[in-house]
Design a protein around this ligand. Sequence first.
Ligand code: NOJ
Ligand code: CA
Length: 562
Amino acid sequence: MEVEVGAPGARIEPRDSSWWRRAAIYQVYLQSFADGNGDGIGDIAGLRSRLPYLAELGVDALWITPWYPSPMADGGYDVADYRGIDPRFGSLEDAEALIADAHAHGLRLVVDIVPNHTSSAHPWFRAALADAPDGPDRARYLFRPGGAGDGAEPPNNWQSAFGGPAWTRVVEADGRPGEWYLHLFAPEQPDLDWTHPDVGEDFLRTLRFWFDRGIDGFRIDVATSLAKRPGLPDITPADWVANPAGTVAGPDHPYLDVEPVHDVWRAWRVVADACRPPRVFVGELAAIPFERVTRYLAGDQLHTAFNFDFLRTAWRAADLRATIDRTTDALHRVGAPATWVLSNHDEPRHLTRYGWPDTAYRDPALPLQGDPDLVAGRARARAAALLMLALPGSAYVFQGEELGLPQVLDLPDEVLQDPTWTRSGHTVRGRDGCRVPLPWAGATAPFGFGPEGSRPWLPQPASWAGLTVEAERRDPGSMLSLYRSALRIRREDPGLASTAFAWLDAPDGVLHFERDAGLRCAVNFGPAPFPVPDGAEVVLRSDEAPPDAPLAADAALWYRRP
Ligand code: NOJ
Ligand code: CA
């Protein structure tokens, strides 16, 4: 298959296939970005109207979370039709117009795809429910008889990521309790059986459908878990092992990184490579050790993967240095670029996380650590932005981090939408606190997210009046101004263009490194101040101190070596 570039744009080089090696990619959580029609839900029209903002911010590409028709049991990660657009978000024509507009603004577009599971509203699953046990329509999913003699126990001990068993029992046509089906996530997200030929074929059609419409790549949801170990054996304690970034899958895990999953990505890569220009894949490869992540990135499967180790590392110089080294060493061996990410729609926002006593990744299932110190959190988030954007590779900015939005910790129970909340029996609040709609302008909600008088699907804190795009644009000391400067320099300065990277001598508590053309970055984690070297040309600082003032704790600096 040869696909010509679908939507030519003013600033896109059609033959440049390596943009993803150093791009700054902005994650648009569509329902919370901008609401064009005032129903309280962000949509494609809203996003189109804000493309000038994103171009001006200085990012190279957008990753859009799922926009397909969906009952929204899990924020759209429950897809009922992979080749359509949910009417809440707009139409297929709107999507095509967005692709063209984004390209015209010099922005590439990566869209989420969800191949591990469909929605329970997908026609395949409806047909499966209507079919008999062992019927052909059940074979695209993982239906199994229950255990414990009478079938009243789930087929194995796997747990859903959102709490409770990963199995739900169906009622058969004769009204009796029947087989169970597997859902690693919510019951509304039944897992597909990737050994069934229809499944692979249909996803190849979906890839071509969107590539023909000009999208530049896909972010692949749960890219570790499509293949399951035959017989679906119970999970044992040996299937989880400790590693520097937390607990990850052991070598015999029954559904994380099971060998045939690599065949899926090899087949997908052939489709992406046949396009002109070639398209790219970024994989969500969480909960497996980084050495195993690199197998996906060796050239015949995915292009890049999110670096969850970086996101999960505490705000400590030695820990971050170890993570950076581990990442770059492993990826260098397979020729893949690093990626860097501090926040996304599944994790507590890093400005808040860096204000908690334990600044490492916090599992949202853990109890809260009390009130965060948002002054420290903000200083660290500013320094972390300069660290992330100075590292070689690509970087992901989650919408709102450029405004310094904190996690919203006090959403009322009754507005919570994350399935984790109900699945955990109202004990784990889940991820809604990082998904609150963006504040654009004005002094009161909806802060320009939608038209005056509209009600965003999650309430925005009144305190966000000072964090709107409008307010921050006017303020040279704002988070937005810092991101805009850093992204502009990252794009224009030859010092950040290549992959050159070398650590420099530094006292304990300081990370100090040089990129190309004498461009250097220093990040001070404290406690001692770090003096700016004599004769240095200061390019950007994360704090408001005079250019040559010593760097205090929780501050970062870009400078050119004398
Ligand atoms: C990862 C996505 O980022 C998350 O939001 C979703 O709930 C799960 N995958 C299941 O699709
Ligand atoms: Ca809307």
